[in-house]
Design a protein around this ligand. Structure first.
Ligand code: HEC
Ligand code: HEC
Ligand code: HEC
Ligand code: HEC
Ligand code: HEC
Ligand code: HEC
Ligand code: HEC
Ligand code: HEC
Ligand code: HEC
Ligand code: HEC
Ligand code: HEC
Ligand code: HEC
Ligand code: HEC
Length: 387
């Protein structure tokens, strides 16, 4: 943090008044430019020599200078039109200063300012530190400024006098910050929302991303709750998708049991942390926010063995009926031993009664059968076919 300093020059005010009186006498014969240089030496509040004549008239009337001479140079090139604080341009110096000739304030900001302005700090839970500490003049000029709202700098440059550029946090930059205004999301003074936001996080993001989560059947809980910042950075980051961490680490924050820690077999894309190969992060019409349902989902990466099959196992399209999608205790992502997987649906007694099963006892079903497809109705592997 760097704070723009503003000099405290109390102490020499009385002396300044005396010197000023002398200066006015001394410079009454000088050129108007010299005279102006003297005045600005004492008072920052003095308008530029080429400011609007009306303004100068008002100022010079107040400081008892020779207004006629100052007006002579009013034809010089026009600078940006200054905006004046009404009590200043109306010479109500004493509303703020102990007298028209003293820089001492009647009372310090923010109290001073709240004499006339609504106290916008009252009742607000989150107060911008420089505002709460009454440093109004680090952002506003008390007298005049070329900028709207009497600001000392325009736009984001004002904020960046004290804050490090939030876009420096990484190469992936939020377009809303890159192309927009800090004040699109933040309040300058005080609010009731964390992070000095004008609205809740949910409402802030929804201003521009009202399609997230959208009207989907299934909504990921943190997304529905508007906890966008659980996963996203607001300004910039090193990770694609404006994520605070890698996808793998993002999901692991809340789903650290995927893949299961002691699993014997881990599905390769899951081990790689490529959760988004199968899931959408926010919402979907498919349960578990799947991009597609199985088996179509599986064919994104696996050869579609059903396409050319003559005979299919009745239940083969329910891939996750036998395979775990993430990790499993057994080979081939099977939740349990093959004999038990098959035994869930095929009763041992029935099989024993079948004459084709003579000698099959104790053997893995997969010695003779393919679990998915076959060239005959019994899904027999070529080697197991009766000769
Ligand atoms: C709305 C309140 C307000 C009014 C009205 C006002 N001032 Fe100020 N003035 C201030 C504040 C606040 C400062 C302190 C700025 C700082 O701390 O840097 C200041 C500072 C000054 C200074 C010190 C130099 C500078 O600009 O920082 C002078 C000189 C001055 N004012 C003159 C005047 C004169 C002359 C008038 C009347 C024409 C006037 N002011 C009207 C609030 C006011
Ligand atoms: C004597 C009354 C008075 C005091 C004291 C006063 N102001 Fe003002 N101020 C006004 C008036 C009147 C206006 C013009 C009407 C308005 O915009 O509210 C104004 C306008 C402003 C504006 C511009 C508003 C806009 O929308 O462009 C700012 C900024 C401002 N004041 C800041 C301050 C600060 C900072 C202080 C304290 C250092 C202060 N004022 C003290 C009377 C005052
Ligand atoms: C960190 C910078 C900053 C500080 C400190 C600050 N302001 Fe402001 N203020 C702003 C900005 C930026 C705006 C313009 C807001 C906008 O464009 O919507 C503003 C607007 C205003 C306005 C006009 C609009 C309104 O909200 O009514 C007033 C009056 C005002 N400020 C008074 C004050 C007073 C009084 C203080 C000290 C108690 C103060 N400001 C401190 C940045 C600041
Ligand atoms: C005069 C210096 C100064 C200026 C100018 C300034 N800030 Fe700050 N800001 C601070 C300080 C000091 C803090 C408190 C320390 C911190 O959180 O870094 C702060 C805190 C913040 C916070 C965090 C608030 C919180 O409670 O979490 C936000 C957001 C913020 N500023 C935004 C802005 C914006 C937007 C602007 C421009 C309109 C701005 N600041 C201009 C000094 C400044
Ligand atoms: C698209 C909305 C948006 C914009 C634009 C934006 N911010 Fe933020 N900012 C946020 C959000 C959201 C937070 C986090 C608030 C929270 O923690 O709840 C934040 C937090 C901050 C903080 C607190 C510390 C931190 O980094 O978390 C500062 C300081 C800050 N912003 C400054 C700025 C400045 C300066 C700008 C302009 C250059 C800016 N912001 C633009 C949304 C925005
Ligand atoms: C003022 C408008 C605005 C606000 C407010 C806003 N955004 Fe954005 N955001 C954009 C724009 C524009 C883009 C770039 C186009 C796009 O990807 O939709 C963007 C892009 C994004 C991206 C994609 C970034 C990438 O590189 O892939 C994420 C994530 C994002 N915003 C999250 C958020 C979050 C979280 C919030 C609330 C804290 C938020 N946005 C608030 C306008 C906004
Ligand atoms: C559980 C974590 C999580 C939460 C919570 C979350 N997102 Fe995302 N978001 C992601 C991931 C992961 C991506 C994809 C990143 C990628 O493609 O690398 C993403 C992408 C985005 C994108 C760019 C792509 C698109 O879909 O347009 C935007 C914009 C976005 N999120 C906005 C939001 C908003 C707004 C919220 C809050 C309502 C939010 N996100 C909540 C994880 C999350
Ligand atoms: C901030 C915490 C959080 C993060 C980060 C997170 N989730 Fe979730 N997720 C939840 C919560 C809470 C639920 C709902 C609780 C539940 O039903 O188990 C959930 C549910 C899910 C579900 C559906 C479970 C069901 O039973 O409906 C899927 C799928 C899911 N998350 C995937 C992901 C993916 C993929 C990521 C990474 C992009 C991710 N989550 C990141 C908190 C999180
Ligand atoms: C190969 C595709 C695929 C990948 C990659 C994948 N998932 Fe899943 N996930 C699924 C399927 C399919 C389901 C539904 C399982 C069901 O219906 O029984 C699911 C269900 C879930 C669920 C809810 C049920 C449960 O097991 O808790 C969560 C949470 C989840 N996935 C998180 C993740 C996370 C985190 C990652 C990345 C580490 C990830 N998934 C990677 C396919 C995948
Ligand atoms: C994002 C790509 C991808 C998707 C989608 C995908 N897989 Fe895989 N799967 C792989 C990769 C890579 C391997 C490891 C290489 C191989 O054996 O082909 C694998 C291996 C497997 C294995 C063998 C496991 C082992 O450890 O020996 C099974 C079983 C499997 N996948 C089932 C499925 C099912 C069921 C689906 C659909 C729910 C599916 N896969 C979706 C990429 C994917
Ligand atoms: C009835 C249970 C069952 C169903 C349903 C099932 N599988 Fe399998 N799958 C198995 C068994 C058992 C193995 C082990 C085969 C072996 O040892 O040769 C296997 C192996 C695999 C393998 C790795 C070996 C290979 O053949 O490439 C993949 C990939 C696979 N299955 C994908 C799928 C997909 C995709 C689906 C859904 C279309 C599916 N499975 C449906 C039981 C099943
Ligand atoms: C979820 C239930 C289920 C599981 C698990 C299951 N099957 Fe099946 N299987 C069926 C159904 C239903 C049929 C068709 C009706 C029938 O013949 O009983 C069938 C038929 C078969 C057939 C005969 C084909 C036909 O059309 O008659 C074989 C061979 C077969 N299954 C082997 C296996 C093997 C080997 C396993 C273990 C890898 C297994 N099944 C696991 C439900 C299942
Ligand atoms: C030694 C080879 C062999 C083994 C091991 C084997 N089968 Fe078979 N199975 C066959 C043959 C051969 C047929 C055809 C029999 C017929 O024509 O009656 C068959 C037929 C079937 C059928 C369809 C006929 C029926 O009875 O409904 C099912 C279901 C079946 N087997 C399931 C299984 C299961 C489950 C296992 C594992 C527990 C298994 N088989 C182990 C060779 C085997």
């Amino acid at each position: 943090m760097t704070q723009p300093g503003h000099s405290k020059r109390a102490g020499w005010v009385v002396m300044a008044a005396i010197v000023l009186a002398a200066a006015v006498v001394l410079t009454s014969g000088c050129s108007s430019t010299t005279q102006h240089r003297w005045l600005t030496f004492f008072f920052d509040g003095v308008s530029p020599t080429n400011a609007a004549p009306g303004a100068l008239a008002a100022r010079t009337a107040n400081t008892n200078t020779v207004s006629g001479q100052v007006r002579q140079v009013a034809a010089a090139p026009k600078p940006p039109q200054n905006i004046f604080h009404p009590p200043f341009i109306q010479n109500q110096c004493a509303d703020c200063h102990k007298s028209a000739f003293s820089q001492d304030l009647t009372v310090q900001p923010p109290k001073l300012c709240f004499n006339c302005h609504k106290d916008f700090l009252a009742g607000q839970k989150v107060q911008h530190q420089p505002v709460a500490e009454g440093e109004c003049v680090s952002c506003h000029s008390p007298h005049q400024s070329p900028n709207q709202h009497l600001l000392v700098k325009k736009g984001n440059a004002l904020c960046l006098t004290c804050h490090d550029d939030p876009l420096a946090a990484g190469k992936v930059k939020h377009q809303a910050v890159e192309a927009g205004d800090c004040l699109d999301c933040h309040a300058p003074h005080a609010t009731n929302f964390k992070g000095l936001l004008k609205k809740s996080v949910k409402a802030t993001c929804a201003d521009c991303h009202d399609d997230i989560p959208g009207k989907k059947k299934f909504v990921h809980q943190p997304v529905g709750d508007g906890e966008c910042l659980d996963c996203h950075a607001p300004h910039a980051t090193k990770f694609t998708g404006l994520l605070k961490k890698s996808v793998k680490a993002t999901c692991a924050d809340c789903h650290d049991d995927i893949p299961a820690r002691n699993a014997k077999d881990v599905h390769q894309p899951v081990g790689d942390g490529d959760c988004l190969a199968c899931h959408t992060p926010h919402a979907a019409d498919n349960k578990n926010f799947l991009k597609k349902t199985a088996p179509a989902l599986c064919w994104d990466c696996h050869d579609n063995f059903l396409a050319k099959a003559k005979f299919q196992h009745d239940v083969v399209e329910d891939c996750t009926g036998c395979h775990k999608p993430h990790s499993a205790a057994g080979n081939f992502l099977l939740a349990k031993d093959v004999l038990k997987v098959c035994g869930d649906c095929h009763d041992d007694k029935d099989l024993k009664a079948d004459k084709g099963h003579a000698g099959a006892e104790g053997k893995s079903c997969l010695v003779c059968h393919d679990p998915h497809v076959g060239t005959d109705a019994n899904l027999l592997k070529p080697s197991a076919k009766p000769k």
